[in-house]
Design a protein around this ligand. Structure first.
Ligand code: NAP
Length: 303
C-alpha cells in the first residue's frame, strides 16, 4: 500500500520551499516535488533588493539560501514532473508523476508562473535565435550588440538595466507612456546613457535570416511604423500561471490562476495554492512565502 503523507507540496520556488520549512518545523510528514531547479523564477533575477534582511542579493543566491535553510531543518526536494492531481474516493490527494504516484491528506500547489508569449510573427521562429524571455540567462551573448526589451513591468525594466551593462544600445518599447515597474527601477533605467525608451510602441514582427536582425514596430498613437536593426529581442510581457496539470479540480479565474481565500484554501477541501499562481497574488517573493506560511499553518491546525 502507498504511503500517505500529511502534505504534498508541488513546486520548490520560494512558496514551496517556505512550505517545506514550515512543515518541517511543524513535524508534518511531507514530500516536496520539483521538476527542475529549486528556486523557480527567481533564479533568473540578477538582483533582488526587496526581500527583507537582504539589501541586495541575486535571485540565484537567495534560492540557494532557501534550499540550505530547508535542508538545515531536515527537508529535501524530490525531483519529479507532475502529470496530474486528483482526489481519491476517500478524499486523499493523489499526485501523479512520470515516476509514480504519491498520496497525501493535503496538497499545496506552488508551481509558479512562466513567461508569457507576445504572439507576433517571428517570435516562435526566432526563439532561442535572438528571441529570449530571460535577460540574465542570455544577455551575455549580446555583448556590444543592440537589443530591445518589450514590456513595461518590473521584469522588462530590470532586464533593460541588466542588458545595458553589456550591450552597446538597449531599446525598451512599452505600449503606454508610463512604466508599470516600481519607481526606483525606473529611475535607474532612465539614468543609463545607452538606453532609449520607445513610448506607445508595440512590436509587430520580429525579422531575421538565421538569427534576429530587425524588429518592426508601430507607434500606437500615430500608427507610424518603423523598423529597427537589433540583434536580440527580450520579451517581458508578464507571465501565465503553471496550472494546466490542475485541470478543473479546483476553481480558477479567467487567467488560469487558482482562486483561494485568505488562508490559501482552494475550492477543494485540503487543497491549497501559494505564490504567483494564486488569483490576486501581488507576485512578490515575500508574498509567495507568506502564502505558504498561511497554508501550512492552516494544514497543521486541520490535521
Ligand atoms: P507585469 O507587471 O504584468 O508587466 C507586464 C508588462 O508587459 C506591462 O507593462 C504590460 O503593459 C506589458 N504587456 C503585457 N502584455 C503585452 C503585450 N501583449 N504587448 C506589449 N506589452 C504587454 O509583469 P512582470 O514584469 O513579469 O512582473 C510580474 C510580477 O512580478 C509583477 O507583480 C512584478 O511586480 C513582480 N516582480 C517583482 C520584482 C521585484 O519586486 N523585485 C521583480 C520582478 C517581478 P501595461 O503596463 O500596459 O499593462
Amino acid at each position: 500500500m502507498n504511503k500517505i503523507y500529511d502534505v504534498a507540496i508541488i513546486g520548490a520556488g520560494p512558496a514551496g520551499m517556505t512550505a517545506g520549512i514550515y512543515a518541517s518545523r511543524a513535524q508534518l510528514d511531507y514530500i516536496l516535488l520539483e521538476k527542475g531547479f529549486a528556486g523557480g523564477q527567481i533564479i533568473n533575477t540578477y538582483e533582488v533588493e526587496n526581500y527583507t534582511g537582504f539589501s541586495s542579493i541575486s535571485g540565484f543566491d537567495l534560492a540557494q539560501k532557501m534550499q540550505e535553510h530547508l535542508q538545515y531543518l531536515g527537508g529535501s526536494i524530490t525531483m519529479a514532473e507532475i502529470k496530474a492531481i486528483r482526489l481519491t474516493e476517500n478524499g486523499l490527494k493523489e499526485v501523479e508523476t512520470e515516476s509514480g504516484s504519491f498520496l497525501a491528506k493535503t496538497l499545496i500547489i506552488a508551481t509558479g508562473a512562466t513567461a508569457r508569449k507576445l504572439g507576433v510573427p517571428g517570435e516562435e521562429q526566432f526563439s532561442g535565435r535572438g528571441v529570449s524571455y530571460c535577460a540574465t540567462c542570455d544577455g551575455a551573448f549580446y555583448k556590444d550588440k543592440t537589443t530591445i526589451v518589450i514590456g513595461g513591468g518590473d521584469v522588462a525594466v530590470e532586464d533593460a538595466i541588466y542588458l545595458a551593462r553589456m550591450c552597446k544600445k538597449v531599446y525598451i518599447a512599452h505600449r503606454r507612456d508610463e512604466f508599470r515597474a516600481v519607481k526606483n527601477l525606473q529611475t535607474k533605467l532612465l539614468a543609463l546613457p545607452n538606453v532609449e525608451v520607445l513610448w506607445f510602441t508595440e512590436a509587430e514582427e520580429i525579422k531575421g535570416n538565421d538569427f534576429v536582425n530587425a524588429i518592426s514596430l508601430v507607434q500606437n498613437q500615430t500608427g507610424e511604423k518603423t523598423e529597427l536593426a537589433v540583434d536580440g529581442v527580450f520579451i517581458a510581457v508578464g507571465s501565465t500561471p503553471n496550472t494546466e496539470f490542475v485541470g478543473d479540480l479546483v476553481e480558477k479565474d479567467g487567467q488560469g490562476s487558482i482562486i483561494t481565500n485568505s488562508k490559501c484554501q482552494t475550492s477543494v477541501d485540503g487543497i491549497y495554492a501559494a505564490g504567483d499562481l494564486r488569483s490576486g497574488s501581488v507576485r512578490q517573493i515575500m508574498a509567495a512565502c507568506a502564502d505558504a506560511v498561511a497554508a501550512v499553518m492552516d494544514i497543521d491546525k486541520q490535521l
